[in-house]
Design a protein around this ligand. Structure first.
Ligand code: CA
Ligand code: CA
Ligand code: CA
Ligand code: CA
Length: 479
């Protein structure tokens, strides 16, 4: 028995646990800056950016309050990644460009089965991460995350590298690609879309792979690493399962309006993918005579402004969330955005965004974000001159303050604490800055002495769960 068949056997066994993880809730990103429906208690957390991940909870929230709540703020990314571009600032408002693909890998180890955190999910970027801190690059063609390796923080850790996609597509490594949608289940393989039409050499020979195509790398062509990541692929193994014309057909059938109320007839570009484990599975015979199991796919497309979400089920439909359809049917007016957690542009026009990345997930929400990320105060500043906003589902929260070194802040595993929220402690001296109640609020900033400069770090401990649960970390640059 060769190595590939052995790998396949083990993944079939693992697949049984995957269905338990499917959630009607989503981690997701939007293509444009948006505001969420809840308003996040008036805090800065209501402003969602294309390089931040939000959480949309249809299940534990009642439908009236379902809102996209910020889950991976930029400040948490730059604390995890450090001063990746070496400019002396942690703060990089354009980090990643946009997050254009998201993956909650069912094979990833998580402290609690069925949940995910900011260290377990993977994403893709549209602009490379700076290469000052991480030994490995984070390129638009990678699906990766930022972790601590041993005692070294800020390292890029891959689900699947650009080179593996290139190999599967029959492309030379010199041809960069941008992956702009990803989904994975061990029994269905890797499903993806690219951002720019590219001539490839797939399993079917020379093929112009289009940005609206949906491709699969079948399970038998994948080799897995010990953490459930893709350690290798068979060359030229990628298959176009739904080409752009087929995706246009699904979209036409779905009969969904865009933000202006016009009916969408094509995808232009497939921008987000997730496998719907509750949907039917269809067989697909490839050009080589192989048969693939094709799952129901949730997808978003570039034309899907107002943040609609569609499904391939039944030949193409608007996805039904547990609360409502994820788009307005043709003739019913614009798709506004609140159906997927964001506010419309006006009373008559929907939100500008299409959904840019999506992953089914269940997560804990505990987030910090300074109102002001960079402070220039050579003359000093009084206490409370700005604030650190927070979101927490815990009744009581202890906000810690610490100093961070230039470059990269060290983190420490919090286990057995924080099993569902952020899993690492960035404030080891445990100096208490404030104690605040839950949901949303703001903590006053400390005063800054004249001529002081440095990096100030905040992280909060939520109390009221069975064990302490940590917030995402935040760093302010003080000049
Ligand atoms: Ca920087
Ligand atoms: Ca990308
Ligand atoms: Ca695409
Ligand atoms: Ca995308």
């Amino acid at each position: 028995m060769n190595k590939l068949s052995l790998t396949l056997l083990s993944t079939v066994a693992l697949a049984a646990s995957a269905t338990a993880q499917f959630s009607p809730n989503f981690l997701l990103t939007y293509s444009q800056p948006e505001n969420n429906t809840s308003g996040s208690g008036g805090t800065v957390l209501r402003h969602l950016f294309p390089n931040e991940i939000s959480y949309l909870d249809f299940f534990t929230a009642n439908c009236v309050t379902a809102s996209a709540e910020k889950w991976l703020p930029r400040t948490a990314s730059h604390t995890m990644a450090g001063d990746e571009n070496g400019d002396g600032f942690y703060w990089n408002p354009n980090i990643y460009g946009k997050i254009d693909a998201l993956l909650n890998n069912p094979l990833a180890a998580t402290p609690v089965v069925g949940t995910a955190n900011q260290r377990t999910v993977y994403w893709s970027v549209s602009q490379p991460l700076g290469n000052v801190i991480s030994a490995g690059p984070f390129r638009p063609g990678d699906i990766a995350r930022i972790v601590r390796q041993g005692f070294v923080d800020g390292q890029v850790d891959y689900f699947m590298k650009q080179e593996a996609f290139q190999l599967a597509l029959g492309l030379p490594f010199a041809t960069p690609i941008d992956i702009d949608a990803i989904a994975f289940q061990p029994n269905f393989g890797v499903w993806f879309s690219i951002d720019v039409d590219t001539p490839c050499l797939t399993a079917c020979g020379p093929t112009l792979v289009q940005d609206g195509d949906v491709l699969c790398i079948p399970p038998a062509a994948l080799m897995f690493g010990p953490g459930g990541q893709i350690a290798g692929v068979m060359p030229n193994s990628a298959v176009v399962v739904h080409n752009e014309a087929q995706m246009d057909f699904f979209t036409m059938n779905a009969q969904v309006s865009d933000r202006f109320g016009a009916c969408i007839n094509n995808v232009v570009d497939v921008e987000a993918l997730e496998i719907d484990l509750f949907g039917p599975v269809m067989p697909f015979t490839t050009c080589t005579g192989g048969v693939l199991s094709v799952p129901t796919l949730l997808y978003a497309c570039e034309t899907g402004t107002g943040a609609s979400l569609l499904t391939t089920q039944g030949g193409g439909q608007i996805h039904n969330t547990p609360c409502w359809p994820a788009g307005t049917p043709c003739g019913g007016g614009p798709t506004f955005g609140p159906q997927m957690g964001i506010r419309p542009a006006s009373a008559t026009v929907g939100a500008a965004s299409h959904i840019n990345a999506i992953a089914s997930a269940r997560v804990c929400r505990h987030v910090l974000e300074p109102q002001q990320h960079v402070v220039t105060a050579p003359g000093g500043a009084p206490a409370g001159f700005t604030g650190i906003d927070y979101a927490s589902d815990f009744p009581l929260n202890v906000v810690l303050i610490d100093l961070a070194p230039a470059g990269i802040a060290p983190s420490f595993p919090a286990a057995p604490f924080s099993p569902t929220c952020f899993p690492d402690l960035y404030a080891p001296s445990l100096i208490i800055h404030a104690v605040v109640p839950g949901t949303w609020g703001s903590v006053p900033m400390i005063g800054i002495p004249p001529l002081w400069s440095g990096k100030i770090l905040f992280q909060s401990i939520g109390l009221g769960a069975p064990v302490f649960e940590l917030s995402t970390p935040a760093i302010m640059d003080i000049n």
